[in-house]
Every structure is written in C-alpha cells, then in structure tokens.
Design a protein around this ligand. Structure first.
Ligand code: ZN
Length: 223
C-alpha cells in the first residue's frame, strides 16, 4: 500500500492498481498539489463537509477523472446534484464494492453541515486502512478491530481542539490494533498544534506492536 500525505487530513492511497483520495483539501495551506495535478483517480472519499476536508476539491477531481464519489447519503446526493456522475450514497455501517475495493462508512463523533460526520474503512484485496475523519476517541473503535482485523493502517487525528488529542489518539490506536498508524490533522493552524513525537512515544508504550509513521506534507511511504 503506497500512502502519500497531502497535508492536514488529506491522503492519496494506492493499492492493487487503484488510486483513492481521502478528504482531498488541495487548496489547503499545506497541500503539495492542486486539483489540476490529479490526472487519475478511481475513488474519492469525503468524511464530512467542513471546508478543510476537501468536498469542493473532490467534486473537481471526480469531474476531471471520472472517479467515484463516496460519502454519507446527504452529502453524496449533494455531489450528484452538483454534477458528479458516479456517486454512492452510503450510510453508517453500509458498504459498497467498487471493482474489488470494499468501502465501508463508519461513525465519527464530530459535527458537520450536511448529513453526519463519518470515517471510512477501506478493504483492498491485499490490505485494509481506516481513515477516522474528524472525531474524538470512542469505545466502539474496538469493534472495528474485531470486524476488520488485520487493519494495516489507521489515519488518526491528533491536533485536539476539533478532534482527538495525542492521548485519545494513542488510546484509539490501542483499541484498533493496527499494524501502522499515521497521525494527521495537526499543525495546520495554531489551535491544532501537536507533537507527533509525543504521540509516537505514547503508542510505543501502549501499542508496542504498532508502527508509527510521521509524514510531512508531500511525503509518501510504502507499508
Ligand atoms: Zn471537521
């Protein structure tokens, strides 16, 4: 699984020949690319409609590439009404299989304008990742470990103020038992400054089998 961090909560994930963008806030201050740089995409996922999660950019990517847009029911219908041809209108707990990639919508504890805030569990034939969206920690993350184990990668916010802080994110990691975790949603604005090394230290104490990967915007890793 090739993972490229596009800043804030935005990721490009490539596996089994598929290209997925999650929360592509490509107009954000730390994004290394723009919508026009995206010439190929298969699936675009948006966790909720706050501006820093790239709903507007997702529309552009889908229109330019023909990618499938997946979000919670109301937000996906809105994308359809704004000209995106291929939409899936999931709701919490629901899944759709896109050419062998199973995308499941899961809850997040946050707020939003349209629909409800969400996260995504994505199962490729050869690997699984969970993007938590914007959320605080919640105990039923342990159910995701039961349902989707082994989770190869978790993307978890650590910036506090709007989401988990480093302590909650470390507990989330313990509940989810992933092979790898990447902290996100920090340092973009002053109110969400956080220390990813502190997160790494906490995870090393409570989840010694989980590898913490800290990426700067534009960096990529293979897991
Ligand atoms: Zn948000």
């Amino acid at each position: 699984m090739k993972v490229t961090f596009l800043g804030h909560a935005s990721f490009k994930i490539e596996e089994d020949g598929k290209i997925i963008y999650v929360d592509p806030w490509l107009t954000g201050p730390t994004s290394p690319i723009t919508v026009d740089d995206v010439d190929k995409a298969d699936i675009v996922l948006v966790t909720h409609d706050h501006g820093d999660h790239g709903y507007a950019e997702a529309l552009g990517i889908c229109k330019n590439t023909g990618a499938t847009f997946i979000a919670i029911n109301e937000l996906a219908h809105k994308a359809g009404s704004q000209g995106v041809k291929d939409i899936h209108t999931l709701n919490i707990g629901g899944s759709v299989n896109i050419g062998g990639v199973v995308v499941t919508l899961v809850q997040a504890f946050h707020s939003c304008g349209v629909g409800a805030p969400t996260g995504f569990v994505v199962r490729f034939p050869s690997g699984t990742f969970y993007h938590a969206g914007d959320t605080g920690v919640f105990a039923s993350m342990s159910l995701f470990a039961d349902l989707y184990s082994p989770i190869d990668l978790v993307l978890i916010p650590i910036g506090s103020y709007f989401t988990c802080d480093v302590h909650q994110a470390a507990l989330a990691t313990k509940l989810l038992k992933p092979k790898n975790v990447i902290p996100m949603h920090y340092d973009t604005f002053p109110v969400i400054e956080a220390n990813p090394e502190k997160f790494k230290h906490l995870v090393s104490e409570t989840s010694p089998d989980t590898n913490v990967i800290i990426l700067k915007p534009g960096e990529e890793t293979e897991i």
